[in-house]
Design a binder for this molecule. Structure first.
Ligand SMILES: [Zn+2]
Length: 422
């Protein structure tokens, strides 16, 4: 095992890769400067492990204050950091600290030195060092920002506000983006198409929906009549005071109708559609809302749309295995997953190689707000994929040369083709 792993990993660690999903600042000069390493590293993910381990949300809020001294912060988070440091989130940060700043382990002894080095990294050039020079990322798909720096990113656009508008603020935003006054359902649909085409003109390469945070992934086929009844709810709160947010509830049938409408637009424009499925970031949500099998009717009804299913559907990775095996238009995306659970990724890939054609799998998407941790994540992804492939070599399924060929497909050729990148 070790020999096969070493040989495969030596190759995989040098691969130029494509990153299917990020939330990084859209340009390096948009980074927050009034910060420290605790604020940056606890912006998401690992903070959730600390809270899950027992850190109170009040104490978490306190350590996010840029004026609190770093050691005072460490005193608060230390026990929970130590409980959590072996999770994928924790390991990703330790791997990054070592590679970027030569810090052996983030601890009481190193946190001040790490903070000093981190603050120096706020100077220009750090993005290139981390993303290009160290992580060897050719390009990253950036979630929901059309003004991204093309040296690093291509944008992926969301039409979720058209599917699930929640208040008049959303409607006003849509009127502004589209240049259309919203007063009928037809104007809503027209605005949706205009905004999508503007996004494509501005360089967006794919669509994404993150609505599994808010509702079930089951989008039923409903009549225009049912949808329009929901749409009309928008106008029932128009008379509320103009200093309020004027919320409304368009209801599930309207949302369902709009998802089908958006997919019909994606279909016409040959756009790949990224779907959040599986674990929701945060501390508490309804995991059963994000089971990828709830999308099955969409897979059947939109056979020409390529569905890129995020986060291995964790913890529904076996369900996703069946879906990707069955549907020619369903692809597995391992973004975020290598840090959610490294072991789940290694085991899932061992299973998928047995069940799913390997041209259906994208191996890496950093999914981070913080640039440093992208290094740790891609490193874990390269290790995990190498482990799974070495396992198959040991089983006698293929040679190490074939393992390298498959690794390149997962990290580069597949995403390039699935996202139609040129
Ligand atoms: Zn994401």
């Amino acid at each position: 095992m070790q020999n096969a792993f070493n040989e495969i990993f030596e190759y995989v660690k040098e691969l130029i890769i494509i990153d299917s999903h990020e939330h990084l600042p859209h340009r390096e000069d948009a980074r927050e400067k009034d910060t420290d390493v605790i604020i940056e590293y606890l912006a998401h993910y690992f903070n959730r492990d600390l809270i899950s381990a027992g850190l109170s949300t009040e104490d978490f809020q306190r350590v996010m204050d840029p004026d609190m001294p770093i050691m005072e912060k460490w005193d608060i988070v230390e026990p929970f950091w130590n409980y959590s440091r072996y999770t994928g989130y924790g390991r990703s940060l330790d791997i990054s600290a070592k590679a970027l700043y030569n810090i052996d382990m983030i601890s009481r002894d190193t946190i001040e030195e790490l903070n000093d080095s981190f603050k120096k990294s706020l100077e220009p050039g750090h993005f290139k060092r981390v993303l290009k020079d160290m992580s060897k990322i050719e390009v990253s798909l950036l979630d929901a920002n059309l003004e991204c720096d093309p040296y690093f990113f291509r944008s992926v656009y969301r039409l979720d506000d058209f599917i699930y508008p929640k208040s008049h603020r959303d409607v006003a935003e849509i009127e502004k983006k589209s240049g259309i006054r919203i007063n009928t359902m037809d104007s809503w649909l027209e605005a949706c198409e205009i905004v999508l085409d503007k996004a494509l003109e501005a360089g967006a390469v794919a669509l994404k929906s993150g609505l599994a945070y808010d509702r079930s992934l089951r989008y039923d086929r409903v009549t225009r009549y049912e949808a329009e009844q929901g749409f009309n709810e928008i106008f029932k709160t128009l008379n509320s005071p103009d200093w309020g947010d004027k919320p409304f509830d368009v209801g599930k049938p309207f949302q369902d109708y709009m998802m089908h409408f958006v997919l019909s637009l994606a279909n016409k424009r040959n756009l790949t559609f990224q779907f959040h499925t599986g674990l929701q970031e945060g501390n508490g949500n309804l995991i059963y809302n994000s089971d990828p099998s709830l999308l099955s009717n969409l897979f059947l009804e939109y056979p020409d749309v390529d569905f890129d299913i995020f986060h291995i559907g964790y913890p529904y990775q076996h369900v996703l295995s069946a879906l990707a095996k069955n549907f020619p238009n369903v692809y597995i995306d391992m973004c975020w997953a290598h840090i959610i659970s490294p072991a789940a990724c290694v085991n899932a890939l061992i299973e998928w190689i047995d069940s799913v054609p390997y041209n259906k799998i994208t191996a890496f998407g950093g999914d981070y707000l913080l640039v440093d941790a992208v290094y740790g994540h891609q490193y874990l992804a390269r290790v995990n994929v190498s482990k799974s492939l070495a396992h198959k070599v040991e089983e006698g399924i293929f040679s190490t040369d074939e393992a390298k060929h498959i690794a390149k497909a997962l990290f580069y050729d597949n995403p390039k083709r699935i996202f139609k990148l040129t």
